[in-house]
Design a protein around this ligand. Structure first.
Ligand SMILES: [Zn+2]
Length: 579
């Protein structure tokens, strides 16, 4: 009887609450309610109180964050549980990236991913060790069948850690669409989020586009934003004068209960009563994640470290997260009235902040001269673009540019080098995919050095490369100044607790520092008495180690380590030790 009345009441509440808002679906329901993902089928992956040091879709360097980062009290070793029934479908030990990661495929079409783990559960660990031994490699990435490791909701599968390119202990947790591998905001599955605080809006920018592609020369005007508790306004409440095409952008972040600056869930821009821009962080594909650079004002990000989210979209931006878009979010009005603009920013818990301001057409506004772009060639975003001289070949594939651009190029002679310095456009223009650069080599690059040659950027970091018919060609991901250099230096090895002939009484592992100066470490193998042994490696701390087998006999043993860099420079390290 009691249940019956609760059902009735729920139905009534549903009608009362949901129906009046159904006409304006964008905001009246929380994001989790709007999306059809199954609710409550996935548990949280940890038993710690849910507190996040990173949110889904948060803008990071060159990508949107693909999961939720669970805080783990700055410590490693908290249990990680399967969020639902399924089976372990992929196991990965990666140098950098996700470090130790495991994937669980669920029968409902979704896969959960757990990354930066310290270690796997014993059964999973056994399978990984078996594979590492078989491949004679620390880094492995392999699928597991549904029969090998079935899991039940709540099974302990691993312990949280800091492996891979993690900047501190935490659990990186994802939900993916099993078929497409697109990542989906885990909060849309009804995961509890403790967040009573509205997002903050900290600045407004107006971009004077005037029919030209957005780039670092686009004039922009800053407006100070004031307010709190979800209500924001421009300092001094000015009516903004404008003419021609303008776009807007804001800086915004979300403070969840824990207090750090996380990403927001959605941004809406309304012009009078019309939504002209609506962006939401519901899901994205890894193929599109780099377009975070097109979503933001990338020049401001690189030059000033400011993450301004634009409310207008460039034509080559492939993201599917712009759910409403009128005229690409660009505003162009010529009447005499004052128009109202309203930014609404929502976090994943449904807390919303509003910034209202007014604009008015004024033919005299926006007349500040935009620097006239000058360059050697206009590149179209929707075509393949090629630039050739006697010294250089640049091939930018279709889909690499977010917008049309006036390409610039210059050369600086480097008399004693392997090549001149080639400035290929500038780093403030982001690219969606890599492109190919071929640089003519000088006679200093003798035939013995050709297979040691590579291309470096202005910061001296290796872009790789191969020698072909007088040129060195590499695939690069940014515009920059490039030249050819060589890597003839083998990787470095510095033992930490290993010295020739040392007695290792009580020691459990052999430890060394290992790094490479330029092209990077391509492979490493360790041997004890000629038998392959597992060497584990953490590139960010340059630490390599081997956990000694408890069954290793006492007496004298020979340890050998062979490390090869990407230009086949090889370091062989050898030491004897006594156990
Ligand atoms: Zn993460």
């Amino acid at each position: 009887m009691k249940n019956y009345w609760i059902l009735k009441l729920n139905k009534l509440l549903f009608i009362l609450i949901v129906f009046p808002f159904a006409l304006n679906p964008a905001f009246s329901l929380s994001a989790s309610q709007r999306h059809p993902y199954p609710k409550g089928v996935f548990n949280a992956p940890m038993k710690l109180p849910p507190s996040f040091s990173g949110s889904f879709g948060e803008i990071r360097g060159n990508h949107f964050h693909s999961g939720l980062d669970y805080r783990t009290n700055q410590r490693e070793g908290y249990p990680v549980y399967a969020v639902a029934d399924g089976y372990v479908s992929r196991l990965r030990v990666q140098l950098g990236g996700f470090g130790n990661a495991l994937y669980v495929t669920h029968p409902n079409g979704f896969t959960s991913v757990y990354a930066h783990l310290q270690r796997f559960s014993p059964k999973i660990s056994q399978l990984v060790s078996f594979y590492q031994r078989k491949m004679e490699s620390f880094a492995v990435d392999f699928p597991a069948s549904s029969l090998e490791i079935p899991v039940k909701k709540g099974d302990l599968i691993a312990w949280s850690g800091n492996s891979g390119s993690s900047g501190g202990p935490h659990l990186h947790y994802e939900i993916r669409d099993t078929k497409t591998e697109e990542v989906i905001n885990p909060a849309l599955f009804g995961l509890p989020v403790n967040d009573p605080i509205e997002p903050s809006i900290t600045a407004l920018y107006m971009y004077r586009l005037n029919g030209q592609p957005f780039n670092e020369d686009t004039p922009k005007q800053y407006f100070e934003v004031k307010g709190s508790d979800g209500i924001y306004h421009l300092s001094g409440s000015p009516v903004i004068n404008f003419s021609g095409d303008v776009g807007f952008g804001i800086t915004t972040f979300d403070r969840q209960a824990a207090g750090n600056k996380n990403g927001i869930y959605s941004i809406e821009l309304m012009l009078d009563s019309q939504v002209v821009f609506f962006f939401e962080n519901d899901r994205f594909s890894f193929a599109n994640t780099r377009a975070s650079n097109a979503h933001i004002d990338y020049p401001s990000y690189l030059l000033y470290g400011k993450t301004i989210q634009k409310a207008f979209v460039e034509p080559g931006n492939p993201l599917n997260n712009y759910k409403t878009l009128v005229n690409s979010g660009i505003i162009n009005l010529k009447d005499d009235s004052i128009h109202k603009l309203k930014f609404s920013v929502e976090d994943i818990a449904g807390n919303r902040s509003i910034l209202r301001f007014e604009i008015k057409y004024n033919s005299k506004a926006n007349l500040s001269n935009r620097k006239q772009s000058s360059g050697v060639k206009t590149f179209k975003y929707n075509e393949q673009n090629i630039f050739n001289t006697d010294d250089i070949k640049v091939v930018i594939p279709k889909g690499a540019l977010y917008n049309d651009m006036v390409f610039t190029y210059s050369k600086r002679v480097f008399t004693t080098g392997y090549s001149d310095y080639h400035q290929i456009h500038n780093r403030l223009t982001p690219l969606h995919t890599p492109y190919s650069v071929s640089i003519r080599a000088k006679p200093a690059l003798t035939s013995q050095l050709q297979n040691k040659s590579l291309i470096v950027n202005s910061r001296g970091s290796s872009q790789g490369g191969t020698y072909e018919n007088g040129f060195v060609r590499a695939s690069v991901s940014s515009f920059d100044t490039f030249h050819i250099t060589t890597d003839t230096v083998a990787p470095y090895v510095k033992p930490i607790n290993l010295f020739n002939g040392k007695t290792l009484k009580g020691l459990q592992k052999l430890q060394l520092k290992v790094w490479d100066n330029l092209s990077g470490i391509a492979s490493f193998k360790g041997y004890i008495d000629g038998q392959w042994v597992l060497m584990e490696y953490d590139p960010k701390s340059r630490t390599m180690w081997h956990v000694l087998d408890k069954g290793l006999s006492s007496g004298k043993h020979v340890f050998e380590l062979k490390i090869v860099d990407n230009k086949q420079n090889t370091k062989n390290y050898k030491a004897t030790f006594i156990k």
